[in-house]
Ligand binder design. Structure first.
Ligand code: TYM
Length: 340
């Protein structure tokens, strides 16, 4: 008996969890830094992925647009290869435990540590007329998202690293106070592509909120749009395709090309030896466009099938509620809430 239990324990897959905001079509940065990896992890791990719609409320949204974007984002997740037969997929606001645990965790979070969050500083500078409390306590909600599912690993791009560190801190603090309650999660940040840069200002992160549409590629851009955006990408006045400090534009394009084609930076340097930036940019544009072809086709099919999407997110909400309720019940008991 003991032997079987041990074997079962050993076989238990690690839990992976991650989320994405529905504030527009995913960018190539979201895809390379996060979603592409999520798909690859589905066979080996027990995965949960969700649309972080509650997080989007920290910036003022148009209600009808947000509703549509949330459904589109859900379809995009599936279009990128997240398979509801293999992974748990859901919409954050459909699972009330996220908001409930977020409140409890915010009572174990210090003002000082939230004030140090770079995303809070950036976003409150960009939206100075709406520095709301949700923007400030955003990391407590993100910690709740992760800790409810007892995640082992959280695959994210580099910009989420600080939030992951906060999650580990608050979980450790809680465990120290009340005994083991939360699994302490690890950030899983890809070696290449964790910080895809803007095509127009390659020292800045690629972001869907950029005012210049040439600065980012969305994963639904048509092939000619993708190729033109790469043609216009800002590089430098040299001619050589090589990865070197100071060549931010070329380094970014080489990283993108490397992640998409699987070629190493050295192989790429050899491939374009003696050729100009024009040839290189075209090759990157074509490779990206080809990589995203299936996503575009899948999205067209899926977004037309609202009944299917609804069925998947309803089932996801039910399953997510069951898993998250277990952790939430433990937490409520530990902090002294009267259990009904
Ligand atoms: P969001 O929606 O801004 O981005 C989703 C994922 O895409 C990654 N990413 C990038 N990676 C590389 N290069 C870029 N230019 C780039 N831009 C974005 C992000 O790092 C992220 O992994 N707070 C999160 C959503 C969230 C979450 C969670 C994530 C809410 N709860 C719990 C993990 C676990 C966010 O706003 O991601």
């Amino acid at each position: 008996m003991e032997g079987t239990e041990q074997a079962e324990k050993k076989e238990k897959k690690k839990v992976i969890l991650s989320g994405i905001q529905p504030t527009g079509v995913f960018t190539l940065g979201n895809y390379i830094g996060a979603v592409k990896n999520w798909g690859k992890m589905q066979d080996e791990y027990d995965c949960a992925y969700f649309i972080a719609d509650l997080h989007s409320l920290t910036i003022r949204q148009d209600p009808a647009a947000l509703r549509k974007q949330s459904l589109d984002a859900f379809a995009l997740l599936l279009a990128c290869g997240i398979d509801p037969e293999k992974s748990l997929v859901f919409i954050q606001s459909h699972v009330p435990a996220h908001s409930e645990l977020s409140w409890v965790l915010s009572c174990y979070t210090q003002f000082g540590e939230l004030s140090r969050m770079t995303q809070f500083k950036d976003k409150s500078a960009r939206h100075a007329d709406n520095v709301n409390a949700g923007l400030f306590t955003y990391p407590a909600l993100m910690a709740a998202d992760i800790l409810l599912y007892q995640a082992d690993m959280v695959p994210v791009g580099h910009d989420q690293k600080q939030h992951l560190e906060f999650t580990r801190d608050v979980a450790t603090r809680f465990n120290n106070l009340y005994g083991s309650t939360f699994k302490i999660p690890e950030a899983y940040i890809p070696k290449a592509g964790a910080r895809v840069m803007s095509l127009q200002e390659p020292t800045k992160k690629m972001s869907k909120s950029d005012e210049n549409p040439n600065a980012f590629i969305t994963i639904l851009d048509e092939p000619n749009v993708i190729i033109n955006k790469f043609k216009r990408a800002v590089t430098d006045s040299e001619k050589e395709v090589c990865f070197r400090e100071g060549k931010d534009g070329i380094n970014n394009l080489m990283t993108i090309y490397s992640v998409i084609t699987g070629r190493t930076l050295e192989q790429i340097e050899q491939e374009f030896e003696g050729k100009g930036y024009g040839d290189f940019k075209l090759a990157v544009g074509e490779a990206v466009s080809e990589e995203l072809r299936e996503v575009r086709e899948n999205f067209k099919r899926l977004s037309a099938d609202k009944a299917y999407l609804e069925q998947v997110y309803q089932a996801g909400a039910q399953k997510a509620a069951a898993i998250s309720a277990r952790t939430l019940a433990k937490v409520k008991k530990k902090v002294g809430l009267l259990v009904k």
